[in-house]
Design a protein around this ligand. Structure first.
Ligand code: 44T
Length: 843
């Protein structure tokens, strides 16, 4: 400060008239602090800005106070919708502290909540680079990286066969005279680079995702093609000639395909391309100069009816009663797959699965049938598909079994000699589309050889649909059918009858007896042991609390004596996410007032019906959320003078991760329990195992330049790799086990502070039981309801998936070697570091 003062006097400024820098700084500092005290953050911020620009030497000293002021002021700006001013503040702050990871990360958070996701990712990324130890920034970056760069990019780029086929087909087309190329949906730009490599004169590429477009720019530059590939950040529909593209092109290459072939909009994309971006097609096979061509040239979609218990348990409630609760009629459960229930058109009418990795496998009930073919080089063909016409097929059953779903896959003809198949048994990065069948009468699912399955194939709103119509029975005289049907149905015939039959099992939104559940909620209902464990543990605790008299003195044979009317009930709250029947199970225990936190109207009606069907009084169960004002916390006392006996918390997400903020919830819940009351689960053990898995590696990052045929793509896209993989099914993930299962972490819900609230570290020693390369630590949980009863989330029939922490680089290990694992938990996020006794760390 004194030096600064000296400098101003050397410049001859007279402190008497205009205050000197030093004085100004001091005064502003004082004002800033005063304003802070008065919570006038806007003015405080302005003063700090002045102070720190005038006196950079105090930046270090006031950084934290400045950050605090910035965050407070930006909250106010956000609340009054002054987002431009908010960003201006952050930009000023970053000019002052360009290398500050906390401000960078916070800028990312602001951008994210205002919807600027790509920009947010940039700031999170920068924050991680500035401070690799910043767990908040890392967590933010990983979350957004998953969003912006979908994980299938890694799998696709690692699929060398797919890359080779595309390269061959593109080379051939260019050798045959195609000179100008447009790559629609460029992704990282690999197809454009193949085209340039093959000698195309002009290559254009469009990509609608901003992040992917920027990645493609980085990739083509890394491969020294930035001057020969013109990248456009736009949807192909918005390309104008000559603004973006000088003229129509002779070749369009694209892989805007999903598991159901059409889900990325390829039909509409190519109709538009043929009308405005491509030269007219040549009638003959090869493409000469002056004509247009598309790679892929055509596709054949195949379908098959299959039996698959795993898909069944996610789409049909297969049990009649669960832990003593009858689920039966009049309620019917179904999952929101269109064809049965038409949810908003944004959702896909199918699930996707890698069928050869489905636990329990599947069985074909019919031979594969050709469902649909499309010629991408024929505008007429594309328009016919877009018209959405239904095609009805009758498929003979060849194996006895339960009709659980149709699956479809496709053979993609890149040209007349290069093809790719997404068939289940193929070594491919592709999944298959799955169309579950549901809401048939109980015996309607069984089919035998001689029966015929009738199915409607169409593509109404850009998605493939495979709608089950009916099964026509082989050995049933027509008169025995509910509705008169001929013995064997043939394509195109009996369509009216089929429509009537189809409508019988088509659900509409208005149907009051239909309860629409997500597929994971259906899997939960089918998870009988889960509910039985809860019932047993609740029963034990309720009996023990009752025998203590529940604060009432007279105890006799476990139950309080005296008139039942005077017995004070125990209060049980189920705060599971989504649909849960645990509150009904609790209500069945007697002496219990049960509260459910289901939110959806339909779910409430279903639980009420369940009470009725199970002979329980209506007032056994209340809907907790409807008793609270909108802005009230879910976790509070049942009544002002009462406490809970049990609070059920849903701690694990179906993805296999701990739910965010679950420990905070536990801390609140803990204070709302009566003496002897419990949170369920009382504690959680996170279990883990060391594995080697090439499959996980392929899903996690691009493996060098070999799969991408020499192009350097890995360094760019791998910036978006994330360590935690979710929604895994360990039982069918190809892997080698390198250690015994071990306890990684213990989370005590009854004593949340013992986990130092959301932030804990543990170290464990583990002995390697097989030589190999540690790729990942996979993990799952034991949910302990009491000392004897626990739920294993990795067990067969669990509705929860597993997760894995993938190491940055695989760690070679020897049988018998001992490793040190550091498990760190921050805000429910897990990270693992493995150290060798020598001390080198692997994350
Ligand atoms: N996923 C396959 C689908 N785009 C592939 O922004 C297979 C999924 C999959 N850009 C597991 C395994 C697999 N104009 O970056 C995307 C998208 C872009 C367009 C410009 C357009 N008209 C479009 C349409 C799409 O194209 C890129 C590729 S879409 C391919 C999706 C591995 N789960």
């Amino acid at each position: 400060m004194s030096e600064a003062g000296g400098r101003s006097s050397r410049r001859g400024k007279r402190p008497g008239r205009t205050p000197g820098r030093r004085e100004l700084v001091a005064r502003s500092l004082q004002s800033a602090q005063l304003c802070l005290e008065e919570q006038d953050y806007g003015t405080a911020y302005a003063h700090f800005l002045l102070v720190l620009s005038l006196a950079p030497e105090v930046k270090g000293r006031y950084k934290e106070t400045f950050q605090y002021t910035l965050f407070k002021w930006s909250e106010e700006l956000y609340a009054i919708n002054r987002s431009q001013d908010l960003f201006n503040c952050y930009e000023q702050a970053l000019e002052l502290f360009p290398f500050d990871d906390v401000i960078c990360n916070s800028m990312g958070e602001q951008l994210f909540r205002l919807g600027f996701r790509d920009e947010a990712a940039g700031y999170f990324y920068k924050a991680v680079k500035l401070n690799p130890g910043s767990l908040d920034a890392k967590e933010n970056f990983y979350r957004i990286a998953n969003w912006l760069v979908e994980r299938w990019h890694f799998v696709m780029l690692n699929d060398k066969k797919r890359n080779l086929m595309y390269r061959r087909a593109i080379h051939k087309a260019i050798q045959n005279g195609c000179k100008t190329v447009l790559d629609i949906g460029a992704g990282t730009g690999i197809l454009s680079m193949f085209a340039k490599q093959a000698g195309a004169v002009d290559v254009y590429a469009c990509e609608l995702s901003k992040t992917m477009y920027e990645l493609a720019c980085e990739v083509v530059t890394a491969n020294k093609m930035e001057n020969s590939i013109k990248l456009l950040h736009m949807k192909s529909y918005d390309i104008q000639i000559p603004e973006h593209l000088p003229d129509r092109v002779s070749l369009v290459v694209t892989e805007t395909l999903d598991a159901g072939l059409f889900g990325e909009g390829i039909v509409e994309t190519l109709i538009h391309a043929w009308k405005t971006l491509l030269l007219p097609p040549k009638p003959s096979e090869s493409c000469g100069g002056g004509h247009g061509q598309v790679i892929p040239s055509s596709a054949v979609i195949y379908g098959m009816a299959v039996e698959c218990p795993e898909i069944r348990r996610h789409h049909r409630v297969c049990v009649k009663d669960v832990a003593g609760v009858q689920l039966m009629k009049p309620m019917q459960f179904c999952s929101p797959v269109p064809g049965v229930y038409k949810s908003d058109s944004a959702t896909e009418p199918y699930d996707t699965e890698k069928m050869n990795r489905v636990p329990g496998g599947y069985r074909a009930l019919t031979r594969p049938f050709q469902a649909l073919t499309v010629d991408f080089n024929s505008l007429q063909d594309l328009e016919n598909i877009a018209a959405g016409k239904k095609c009805r097929l009758s498929v003979p059953v060849c194996e006895q079994g339960q009709l659980d779903c149709f699956i479809t896959w496709f053979v993609l003809h890149l040209d007349n000699e290069h093809l790719l198949s997404t068939e289940p048994n193929e070594e491919t990065c592709w999944e298959q589309a799955v169309f579950p069948i549901q809401n048939l009468p109980d015996d309607g699912y069984f089919v035998s050889p001689g029966d015929t399955v009738v199915v409607d194939i169409s593509c109404p709103d850009c998605y493939l649909r495979c709608d089950f119509v009916t099964v026509s029975k082989a050995n049933l005289p027509a008169g025995d059918l509910d509705i008169e049907a001929p013995e064997n149905m043939v394509v195109g015939n009996e369509s009216e009858l089929c429509d009537v039959l189809a409508s019988l099992h088509t659900t509409t939104l208005e149907d009051p007896t239909q309860c629409i559940l997500e597929s994971n909620e259906i899997a939960l209902l089918n998870n009988v042991p889960y509910h039985e464990h809860f019932r047993a543990a609740m029963n034990k605790l309720v009996s023990s609390l009752m025998s203590r008299g529940n604060d009432f003195p007279c105890v006799n044979g476990g139950l309080p004596t005296g008139s039942p009317a005077t017995i004070e009930p125990l209060y049980i709250l189920d705060v599971s996410e989504g649909f849960s029947i645990l509150s009904v199970i609790a209500a069945q225990l007697g002496h219990v007032k049960s509260y459910s936190s289901v939110e959806k109207h339909q779910h409430r009606i279903t639980l009420e019906k369940m009470l009725e069907v199970n002979g329980l009084a209506k007032d056994c169960l209340e809907f907790w959320l409807s008793q609270l004002d909108a802005d009230e916390e879910v976790l509070q006392r049942p009544k002002s003078d009462k406490l809970w006996s049990i609070i059920i918390l849903d701690v694990i997400d179906i993805s296999g991760l701990l739910r965010q903020e679950v420990m905070e919830k536990a801390a609140i819940a803990r204070c709302l329990l009566q003496s002897g009351g419990k949170i369920f689960p009382q504690w959680i053990i996170m279990r883990g195992i060391l594995i080697e898995s090439q499959t996980l590696l392929l899903e996690s990052s691009v493996q060098g330049t070999d799969p991408t045929l020499g192009f350097s793509i890995a360094p760019s896209i791998n910036q978006f790799k994330v360590p935690v993989h979710v929604f895994l099914t360990l039982s069918t993930l190809p892997h080698v086990i390198l250690s015994e299962p071990m306890d990684l972490l213990r989370l005590d819900m009854m004593n949340p502070y013992s986990n130092s609230l959301n932030n804990s570290s543990t170290e464990i020693k583990v002995r390697v039981c097989k030589s190999g390369q540690v790729t990942a630590v996979t993990f799952w949980y034991h949910l302990h309801l009491d000392d004897d009863i626990y739920i294993d989330t990795s067990s067969e029939g669990s509705h929860l998936k597993q997760a894995a922490f993938v190491l940055d680089t695989p760690l070679p290990v020897e049988n018998g070697e001992e490793l040190l694992l550091s498990i760190h938990l921050q805000n429910s996020n897990v990270s693992v570091t493995i150290t060798r006794p020598q001390g080198e760390a692997h994350q």
